[in-house]
Design a protein. Structure first.
Length: 465
């Protein structure tokens, strides 16, 4: 297979387009894992709404577990891209080998640890006595496939960062197609309900995992999975860089968990379950926003990392302008979709007119500030791509802090459903601060990189003489 993109030579605008579109589509398709599950579950006769609330409790916990794939995948792939840009192929191979081993070990540890505490965890994060049986049925089954979920997602980053964006997209599409086909079979034909949805998801992740590992063990990519060369300093560097995307995803899901808990507390036994069902539908729509948006800003990280490693800072800045534009265009499109298509989307999950009305209102409130959110994503992922976690992590933390302050203060003064404004408030204040910081430091960072590369070249020239 011919390498699909040359990160250091192709036209920057074309390169961003060719990598961003497959990465965005891959994430959009991957959202179908959870959205399709929830859509079918919400339409199970008689128990649909309660079962959907139970799965909604599981959703953020499942995603938080999956964030360990980003800890390793997004932590290691920019480092590998930088080393490839510097022409250090041996170090790039070592990074991939270490990341593969770390993902395997983490998967086993997570499966055992979370399985042991799943009951108190589900109750703590918003399950009620009515929704717990459905939450437990889904969650305990899903945990069995943790290793396949983490390997398929984490190792896919090492396909994309070598220029095979379309291959990376295809690996995700395999799983999504399997899930769409298997969901109704296990839920309705085999009459397995919520547990059937989890089984379909696990089988789909196995299919994606087989494809990803098959590609990375083959002779096609320049850098392939190998064994040995495990070094503590490489693992430490991967974890340090990967901590930013990991904690961003983890806290995003803590935000959802906290919202579910607050809705349950202030809504009461009956209204709380209704609000959590409503929030589950809103979160499903937000996944359609944030995951493809992350596909754009995160998927194009190899462009920034490779050229930063090669000292081509003009290409870095030019690429980032295109990425900013892409992010803004996508978020603008999703704002329109929220306001015009919200009712249609909600009807996929419930036929209850009262619940549907509340969910449509909540979707529109939660998407009021999507445009600045698009800028926030690229600033944070852009700093991460060039290994500036000292900037990306605090900027992401600040936005989360604003969210949590709003989340706990709003219900003190207003009714429970006003909690949905927490998203809007954080999506305005957080990006505003990030934009100010970015404009202040980015030129200094690029100049510093130019100076570093010039110093290395002078040293190498002197050694040759």
């Amino acid at each position: 297979m011919k390498k699909q993109n040359n990160l250091g030579r192709d036209n920057v605008g074309t390169l961003v387009w060719k990598i961003a579109v497959p990465s965005m589509l891959a994430q959009f398709v991957s959202v179908l894992y959870s959205v399709v599950d929830r859509m079918y579950i919400g339409n199970i006769p008689e128990i649909g709404s309660v079962a959907l609330a139970g799965v909604g409790v599981c959703g953020p916990i499942v995603t938080m577990i999956s964030s360990f794939a980003s800890l390793i995948g997004v932590g290691g792939s920019p480092l590998m891209s930088i080393r490839m840009g510097e022409g250090k192929e041996t170090e790039a191979k070592q990074i991939l080998a270490n990341c593969f081993m770390m993902l395997c070990v983490l998967s086993v540890i997570l499966t055992v640890a979370v399985m042991a505490v799943r009951e108190p965890m589900l109750y703590l994060f918003g399950a009620s006595s009515q929704t717990y049986p459905y939450a437990d049925a889904y969650f305990s089954t899903y945990l069995i496939g943790t290793i396949f979920a983490l390997l398929s997602t984490g190792m896919n980053q090492f396909i994309i960062c070598q220029g095979f964006a379309k291959t990376g997209m295809f690996s995700v599409m395999i799983g999504a197609v399997f899930n769409i086909i298997l969901d109704p079979v296990f839920i309705f034909v085999f009459n397995m309900g919520v547990r059937g949805a989890a089984i379909a998801t696990v089988l789909s992740q196995i299919a994606s995992c087989i494809f990803v590992l098959g590609f990375l063990f083959s002779k096609t990519p320049p850098i392939r999975i190998s064994f040995g060369g495990y070094k503590f300093w490489i693992m430490k560097r991967v974890l340090t860089l990967g901590f930013t995307p990991f904690i961003i995803i983890a806290i995003d899901n803590v935000m959802i968990i906290a919202m579910n808990a607050v809705l349950q507390h202030y809504g009461g036994p009956v209204q709380g379950d209704i609000l959590i069902t409503c929030a589950t539908i809103v979160q499903s729509f937000m996944l359609l926003v944030t995951m493809p948006l992350g596909g754009i800003s995160g998927g194009t990280q190899p462009i920034l990392a490779y050229n930063y490693g090669a000292g081509q800072t003009l290409r870095v800045m030019r690429a980032q302008k295109y990425i900013f534009g892409f992010c803004l265009g996508y978020t603008a499109l999703m704002m329109v979709a929220a306001w015009l298509g919200g009712p249609v989307f909600v009807r996929l999950f419930t036929g209850d007119a009262g619940l549907a009305g509340e969910a449509v209102w909540a979707i529109r409130v939660s998407t009021l500030a999507l445009l600045p959110l698009g800028i926030q994503y690229e600033i944070v992922d852009g700093f991460t791509a060039i290994a500036k976690v000292g900037l990306s992590l605090p900027l992401s933390f600040f936005r989360k802090l604003v969210y949590f302050i709003a989340l706990f203060l709003i219900p003190v003064f207003f009714e429970a459903k006003m909690i949905f404004f927490s998203e809007t408030i954080s999506d305005i204040i957080g990006p505003l601060v990030s934009i100010i910081v970015y404009r202040f430091v980015i030129k200094k960072i690029m100049q510093q990189r130019i100076d570093e590369v010039d110093a290395v070249r002078k040293l190498e020239g002197g050694l040759r003489r």
